[in-house]
Design a protein around this ligand. Structure first.
Ligand code: CA
Ligand code: CA
Ligand code: CA
Length: 373
């Protein structure tokens, strides 16, 4: 009889939970991403080598070269940089069809960016991950001076549609390590506001609980490139106003929870929290996505706290010392003090301010960029 009561109790509990627990699967497709989304793709650093990889059977005859090798499951794709006499990158041959022959490939000249960077775009290649054919995908390779490292971004990702309330939203998972697999990824990006752009505040950590609206969500990658979303609704939610679209981490006891704003408010169950990192995104007049990140530390009690403030307006604080040895220092500050603020424009951290020193006639006698430290 006792056993029966336990079983019934369990069934009753399961039924109760089912009222709140909701799960949805969303199939993700491997797709080539538009350049506006590639901006958000993480960079992978790889080493170049002077040794010709054994996969390359035939290469153009050049004086100086270095090689790169990318691994996809069992297979790899290789490329060869042509270097000039000073060891700088001149051009790139990449084995886009994986036949081990670089003499049937186009010579990519690369586009110079700044003083030492060069960007090579491999628009389309074909490779296999397990049984899966990846066709027409490519990379952006950035070299820097005569360094032995170069940086790569995949121009592909996994794309799908998920449902929040009545709206269908696009979700993207980037291939952070360029291995052609989504299963080892740790984050998903969701165009929460449906504007076709991704702000830093639209990133969701996979396998980590996050709160959005009056619900708690858990995202994870399941078999067959499926994004599984589990969601649960608890009682007693309170909204705290937010000036921009935002994402923040809060700490309750030992637990870190991520909270995403909805329609100008962060929703949290009753209780007391400590705010960790806060991220705000907004679109500027020129259409660029601006992200601001700062460490908070503020005590948060949704029953009493009315608003999460932004540390705007921001300003560069320059300190000039008359002592020649100590020179200049700078920090990004707010009127409320130093907040460890970082600013990004379209995913790129803002450069350091340029300083011009002029003589009495207004002629620039010295010019340099501040560097942190
Ligand atoms: Ca080839
Ligand atoms: Ca991966
Ligand atoms: Ca968006």
């Amino acid at each position: 009889m006792k056993r029966m009561a336990e079983v019934l109790g369990f069934l009753f509990l399961s039924l109760l939970l089912c009222e709140f627990l909701w799960a949805e699967d969303s199939h993700l497709e491997t797709v080539k991403l538009e350049s506006g989304l590639v901006i958000r793709a993480p960079s992978v650093q790889i080493r170049t080598t002077s040794v010709q990889p054994e996969e390359l059977k035939s290469v153009p005859d050049v004086k100086r070269s270095s090689f790169i090798r990318l691994k996809f499951g069992e297979k790899s794709l290789c490329g060869m940089f042509v270097l000039d006499g000073a060891g700088r990158y001149r051009s790139l041959y990449f084995d886009t069809n994986g036949d081990g022959d670089l003499t049937n490939e186009e010579e990519l000249k690369g586009v110079a960016e700044g003083d030492s960077k060069k960007v090579f775009e491999i628009k389309e290649c074909s490779f296999k991950v397990g049984e899966k054919e990846m066709k027409g995908l490519g990379f952006v390779v950035v070299t820097s001076g005569d360094s032995i490292n170069c940086v790569l971004k995949a121009n592909w990702g996994w794309k799908g549609q998920i449902k929040f309330g009545d709206a269908e939203r696009t979700v993207i998972v980037f291939d952070k390590n360029l291995d052609g697999s989504a299963k080892d990824e740790s984050e998903a990006w969701i165009d929460f506001d449906g504007d076709g752009r991704l702000g830093l505040a639209e990133m969701v950590l996979l396998d980590e609980k996050f709160l959005y609206g009056e619900r708690e969500y858990l995202f994870r990658i399941a078999e067959g490139d499926v994004l599984r979303i589990e969601s649960e609704k608890a009682d007693d939610w309170k909204g705290v106003k937010s000036p921009y679209e935002g994402l923040m981490s809060v700490v309750k006891g030992e637990e870190v929870i991520y909270v995403k704003s909805l329609d100008g408010a962060f929703y949290l169950p009753k209780g007391k929290y400590k705010v960790g990192n806060v991220l705000f995104s907004k679109v500027g007049e020129d259409g660029a996505v601006w992200d601001m990140m700062y460490k908070s530390g503020m005590e948060l009690d949704p029953e009493n706290t009315k608003e999460i403030q932004t540390p705007e307006p921001l300003k560069y604080q320059l300190s000039v010392s008359p002592d020649e040895n100590s020179g200049f220092t700078f920090s990004l500050q707010t009127s409320a003090g130093v907040w460890n603020v970082s600013l990004y424009r379209n995913g790129e951290r803002l450069g350091n301010p340029k300083v011009l020193i002029k003589d009495e006639s207004g002629k620039t006698v010295h010019q340099f960029n501040f560097t942190p430290g």
